[in-house]
Design a protein around this ligand. Structure first.
Ligand code: HEC
Ligand SMILES: [Cu+2]
Length: 371
């Protein structure tokens, strides 16, 4: 989406891995790998053992079809030492496997007390990551500090999802109506892929994100920057900022090319809003609520209200499924989104693709009064 994923080079992240596994970049990953390779090697050993014995016996005891076979009546029916051996050895092996697996599981189930907390929301079809300590919300990107335990506390308002970061060897379901958590400690700076592995639904496979691991100092700087990002941006750059940094939180429901999705497309929204032709589920139209003395004197206020109180008026033919962004977006970010909606046609082409260097010289960056 908007080159966010496309322009991110993940080459480094996948180097250094073995044939079976991607590179391990967390403190707990080696425990997972050790158990995996241990089980794998046991499998190789017994596979070869069984095949060799099979072939040897097939040759050694081969009997011509024409030969008459005489089964001796005193042939052995059982052999206690042999049976004890082939019961005890596998029992010991599965006992060791259980112990290794349980030990690793308990370690992963118990996050260290000093873990850095991130709240994760999975939503059809994207991820948002909230850093409460910095008041920053990231989407499709998760920045974490190097060499410090990080705990993800996860939930979803819609369906089952599952968060998976292969390089850290962690995976956990995200369940509607409850919190689940996982933790990891990254050991190498770099960028790693994050997937949704819940594949029983339309677009879980598109729920991609990038985990960026930064050394502590850079991490703090980066989050500090994100926290003020929208403040430092010049007014005229707000529409592009909204399109590249904020729209990915709307993209799963609102298209830019006119196609209706879970929500109405952003294309044509401004014209429809200005002319007040939008009809709501209660049969009223936007026009009734606009103009002097109306609830929305100017169209901007309707757009703003739609983002902050989506349940207030529900557009006809749609369900009231839009989440509120109250408290999630800062005032200036909401302004930026409104400006993006207002300058839609200058920012994206007819197919809904972002224009490389949009000409916003005569863009409408006024808020509130007039226009
Ligand atoms: C989970 C899906 C979903 C997400 C995510 C979402 N919306 Fe919506 N949105 C809807 C639906 C459904 C409607 C229509 C029903 C209604 O009016 O609430 C809607 C309506 C709107 C409207 C009014 C549209 C009209 O035709 O009058 C605006 C403006 C809007 N959304 C903006 C946003 C912005 C900006 C974001 C991202 C910051 C966003 N939405 C994220 C589902 C979503
Ligand atoms: Cu999912």
């Amino acid at each position: 989406m908007f080159g966010l994923l496309a322009t991110t080079k993940l080459g480094e992240a996948t180097s250094g891995g073995g044939f079976w596994m991607p590179e391990n970049a967390s403190t707990t990953g080696s425990a997972v790998d050790d158990v995996f390779y241990f089980i794998n090697n046991i499998n190789y050993f017994f596979f070869i053992l069984v095949i060799v014995i099979l072939v040897v016996f097939a040759i050694k005891y081969h009997v011509k079809p024409s030969a008459h076979v005489n089964f001796a009546s005193d042939a052995p029916t059982h052999n206690t030492p042999l049976e004890l051996t082939w019961t005890t050895i596998p029992l010991l092996i599965v006992g060791v496997l259980f112990w290794l697996g349980m030990d690793g599981y308990l370690h992963l189930a118990d996050p260290p007390d000093n873990a850095y907390p991130v709240s994760v929301t999975a939503q059809k079809w994207s991820w948002t990551f909230e850093h409460a300590e910095y008041g920053v919300t990231e989407s499709a990107e998760l920045t974490v500090p190097l060499g410090q335990p990080v705990r993800l506390l996860m939930t979803t308002p819609d369906v089952l999802h599952s968060l998976y970061i292969p390089a850290f060897r962690v995976k956990q379901d995200v369940v509607p109506g409850r919190y689940t958590s996982l933790w990891f400690e990254a050991t190498k700076p770099g960028q790693y892929r994050l997937y949704c592995t819940e594949y029983c639904g339309k677009d879980h496979s598109k729920m991609l994100a990038v985990v960026t691991v930064l050394p502590e100092e850079e991490f703090q700087k980066h989050l500090g920057k994100l926290a003020r990002e929208y403040e430092d941006i010049a007014d005229k750059d707000l529409p592009v900022y909204a399109l590249t940094r904020l729209y990915n939180r709307c993209a799963s429901c609102h298209s830019l090319d006119g196609k209706s999705g879970t929500g109405p497309s952003f294309k044509g929204l401004l014209e429809r809003t200005k002319s007040g032709t939008t009809v709501f589920t209660d049969g009223s139209t936007l026009k009734d609520k606009m103009g002097p003395g109306g609830e929305f004197e100017v169209p901007e206020n309707y757009l703003r209200d739609s983002i902050l109180n989506p349940q207030h008026y529900i557009v006809q033919n749609y369900a009231g499924t839009m989440p509120t962004f109250k408290g999630q977006l800062k005032q200036r970010q909401i302004d930026a989104l409104v400006l993006m909606l207002k300058n839609h046609d200058k920012l994206v082409d007819a197919q809904g693709n972002p224009i490389e260097a949009p000409n916003l010289d005569d863009a409408d960056i006024s808020m509130g009064a007039g226009k």
